[in-house]
Write a protein that binds this ligand. Structure first.
Ligand code: NAI
Length: 333
């Protein structure tokens, strides 16, 4: 029996979290969920969007899965997601982007992995006003953080028998910050027995739209990773599909790439695939390979059959109907 911290989040979070736990339990793995929440919904009770007990339970269980949490735009509290990543030193953000047969999209054979640095860059949140005429945000890139993310990416390529690692950067303009990232990338990659190259971020955006099949594992600083992950989601059917894992030395927090989608919250319309796939990543992290494979296979069968797709994929099934269909295929496997 595993004990996992479950943070349902807000917006569509609680709906997709309920669908995810049902699918995971149907796969047969024994998990006790320790449910806590963070964000706007707990502000009044705890006077903070990220109460200490939430961090404490993740530290105790060492593993968590979370739904999205709304972040106020241009004002209000700092992103709970970013704070969690920094507090727990979850330095890797791993986002596999893979086509499913049966999901309509312009491309058929996308199989990319984005490895996003998760603790620094413009996401360090160091900003200040310049009098009344402007504002400044500081971009931090360090040698240590660059080394550990590139090292993770190189090992990922080897362990998963992938073909190539591509670094994404803007070192032609940001010669010191992205220049440091690129230097570290070349130095660390040359010590691993892998193929590697690099690409400027604007070219990466265009090439990913033109020929996504040409790319394999890509490693990059925080902000580029954020943007290219959503671009990647668009290549394979949208944000409802793409999972993610925040991984550190001691803890791991699994979460979808998408946000709280307030427009469809509370309507049983959201696609829970992204969080279900995040749970598949979690099960593999726990070495529960058989249950992970069962869920992944069932998802593939539901998409191929195409009868119970959610609205974002052109279907009319609700969140719960989709989850029930996945459970049906798991039970029949
Ligand atoms: P979003 O990802 O919530 O939505 C973008 C678009 O994708 C919307 O049209 C939405 O309806 C659709 N969408 C997203 N997930 C879907 C799903 N599972 N099924 C069907 N359609 C889905 O991004 P947006 O609107 O920029 O952000 C909304 C809020 O979420 C913001 O407060 C933002 O800060 C927060 N956010 C939180 C994240 C997290 O908790 N990890 C990540 C990204 C955003």
């Amino acid at each position: 029996m595993y004990k996992v911290t479950l943070i349902p989040g807000d917006g569509i979070g609680p709906e997709v979290a309920k669908a995810m736990t049902k699918v995971v339990e149907t796969s047969g793995v024994k998990i006790e969920w320790e449910e806590v929440n963070a964000g706007e919904t707990v502000m009044e009770e705890f006077e903070t969007p990220l109460p200490k007990h939430v961090i404490d339970t993740i530290k105790k269980n060492k593993i968590a899965i979370k739904g999205p949490i709304t972040t106020p735009i241009g004002k209000g509290f700092k992103s709970v997601n970013v704070t969690l990543r920094q507090e727990l030193d979850l330095y890797v953000n791993l986002r596999p982007i893979k086509s499913f047969k049966g999901i309509k999209s312009r491309y058929e054979n996308v199989d990319l992995v984005i490895v996003r640095e998760n603790t620094e860059d413009l996401y360090a949140g160091i900003e200040h006003k310049l009098g009344n005429y402007g504002a400044e945000s500081i971009k931090i890139i360090t040698k240590d953080a660059s080394e550990r993310i590139v090292d993770f990416a190189c090992n990922y390529v080897k362990d998963n028998k992938r073909n190539k690692l591509t670094a994404v950067h803007k070192a032609n303009i940001m010669k010191l910050t992205d220049g440091l990232f690129l230097d570290v990338f070349r130095e660390v990659s040359s010590k691993h027995d892998i193929n590697y190259d690099d690409l400027i971020v604007d070219a990466a955006a265009m090439n990913l739209v033109l020929n996504p099949e040409k790319y394999d594992v890509m490693v990059m600083p925080n902000l580029y990773g954020d943007i290219l992950s959503d671009l990647g989601a668009g290549l394979v059917g949208g944000l409802g599909i793409i999972p993610g894992a925040n991984i550190g030395k001691d803890y791991a927090v699994f979460e979808a790439v998408h946000g709280s989608a307030p427009q469809i919250a509370g309507q049983n319309k959201a696609n829970p695939t992204a969080l279900i796939q995040s749970a598949v990543m979690m099960l593999r992290y726990l070495e529960e390979y058989e249950c992970a494979d069962k869920i992944e296979k069932a998802l593939g069968e539901v998409f191929l059959k195409g009868e119970k797709l959610t609205l974002d994929l052109g279907g009319s099934a609700s969140t719960t109907e989709f989850a029930d269909e996945v459970c049906k295929y798991i039970l029949n496997s």
